[in-house]
Design a protein around this ligand. Structure first.
Ligand code: SAH
Ligand code: SF4
Ligand code: F3S
Length: 453
């Protein structure tokens, strides 16, 4: 009998990728995915530690799962293995075991390939299992080749971990040191994905542009070289990569935006803040001027490149004038899309020790509101520039409305069109009728020569 596996995923795209791999690993053990926890035989919370709010969700979710397990047991419908994975597990494994003794297993982002062994132990009744090691042998060597679920647009982890140690960030502690997968294993995985129906691949890494994996000739490949290699694969129609650090935005990589036609004209390049003093206190290792120069270079190679960013407001000690520098940088760059956050002190990070300099919550809220208003305005005007124009849309799935499909533009915008469902999987030309805050709406161009899936 198949057993039901529920996975709840928080945080970044890397966690989305990891959750899919956990499902792949558990599939030969008889587990198939369900999208609701009630009645599940196993539930995994794949957690995020990046900000306090994200991290707190773990314990409330665990409480809910515990009640569901109780209900299931009372109805004599068997038990539920409860597992905590991801970055909270890595950072607070022992604490979770203590605070939630009913949790069966806790494992980090670098040890989930050992799930089959952990499952065997759990069924033997070995008690709580904790595995938050950073093994010498990377998990990628142990992951199964068969993916149970291939999406049209899918993630592929090529690099993991971070050696940058920004003063506010937990990622170097939860994901460990930078590691790049060898080119051959990435190419093989990409080919399997494409054979399974994937048309768009997003290369993932905490610092994806620091990629330096072993190439076919034994030499380390840069991300630019990896992209060129992947672009040769038949059937792959779109490539993206995320997240990049400004320091690693090399000339070569900037040039690939001009030279590789399947590399989409959209780049997420977080800057976090605009004032040099804050950038330095954050240990970002670049200035606002250096960031602007990189953007200029990129736009020279690829004039239509759309930019996205991440911002933190209220970093310890940030003055009003320094916050205005962030606003000015946003005006200068003009983003198509962005994420912005209030600074959240994280245990164990250097910035959390700057106690005397914490910015009051109301000030952070006010700065965030102003920054978001500006970013939203930029996003809306970016979307409006497409009105009346034609764009290529990869049609991905059905929308909520009758006869509606949802796809993505090269610039990552969600696009709604009226179209029969058999066009899913194709890239269609869409005439944009309306640019809204978060999406575009348009019509299929009649006689549009859509590429076959
Ligand atoms: N590796 C990526 C981002 C990792 S985390 C990079 O280097 O840009 C995603 C975003 O969360 C960060 O870019 C930052 O804007 C935000 N973030 C990280 N730590 C934070 C903290 N302590 N408080 C608020 N936002 C934070
Ligand atoms: Fe965190 Fe900085 Fe590394 Fe990004 S580069 S993951 S923000 S430490
Ligand atoms: Fe969160 Fe870990 Fe990603 S802390 S943002 S899930 S790397």
């Amino acid at each position: 009998m198949t057993k039901k596996l529920y996975i709840s995923t928080y945080g970044c795209q890397m966690n989305v990728y990891d959750s899919a791999r956990m499902a792949d690993i558990l599939s030969p053990l008889g587990y198939s995915l369900t999208n609701q926890p009630n009645g599940a035989d196993m539930a995994i919370l794949n957690t995020c530690h990046i900000r306090e709010k994200a991290s707190e969700k773990t314990f409330s979710e665990l409480g809910r799962l515990r009640n569901m397990r109780k209900a299931k047991e009372e109805k004599d419908q068997g038990g539920m293995i409860i597992a905590v994975a991801g970055c909270v597990a890595q950072a607070e494994g022992a604490e979770i075991m203590k605070r939630a003794p009913y949790v069966d297993m806790v494992f980090g982002p670098q040890s989930y390939h050992k799930l089959p062994e952990m499952m065997a132990e759990a069924t033997r009744g070995a008690g709580q299992i904790l595995d938050t090691d950073f093994p010498i042998e990377p998990k990628f060597d142990y992951l199964p080749d068969e993916a149970i679920d291939t999406n049209l647009s899918a993630f592929l982890t090529v690099q993991e971990g971070c050696d940058k140690f920004c003063a506010f960030c937990v990622v170097p502690y939860t994901r460990g040191a930078e590691f790049s997968r060898p080119v051959a294993s990435i190419v093989a995985e990409a080919k399997r994905m494409i054979a399974g129906g994937t048309r768009e691949i997003t290369l993932l890494g905490q610092n994806v542009n620091a990629y330096h994996g072993e190439g076919p000739n034994g030499r380390a490949y840069s991300l630019a070289e990896l992209i060129e290699e992947l672009a040769e694969i038949d059937g792959l129609q779109r490539l993206r990569y995320t997240t990049s650090h400004p320091l690693e935005m090399t000339e070569d990589l900037c040039k690939t935006h001009r030279d590789v036609d399947i590399l989409m004209p959209y780049l997420h390049l977080p800057v976090q803040a605009g004032a040099d003093r804050i950038l330095e206190a954050m240990n970002r290792r670049h200035t606002g001027a250096q960031y602007r120069t990189i953007i200029e270079k990129l736009r020279n190679y690829r004039p239509d490149l759309a930019l996205s960013g991440d911002f933190i407001v209220g970093f310890p000690g940030e003055t009003d004038a320094e916050f205005e520098d962030t606003m000015q940088l946003v005006r200068d760059v003009n983003y198509a899309q962005a994420y912005s956050f209030k600074y959240s002190p994280r245990p164990g990070t250097p910035a959390a020790a700057l106690e005397g300099q914490m910015i009051p919550e109301e000030v952070k809220s006010e700065r965030l509101a102003r920054l978001q208003a500006l970013l939203n305005e930029q996003q809306l005007s970016f979307n409006r520039t497409f009105e009346g124009k034609e764009i290529d849309v990869l049609l991905e799935r059905e929308g909520k409305k009758e006869g509606q499909l949802i796809g993505r533009s090269p610039y990552m915008q969600s696009v709604f069109v009226q179209s029969p469902p058999h066009r899913i999987g194709r890239i269609a030309t869409v005439v944009v009728e309306e640019g809204n805050a978060n999406s575009l709406r348009g019509k299929l161009k009649t006689g549009s020569t859509a590429s076959a899936a």
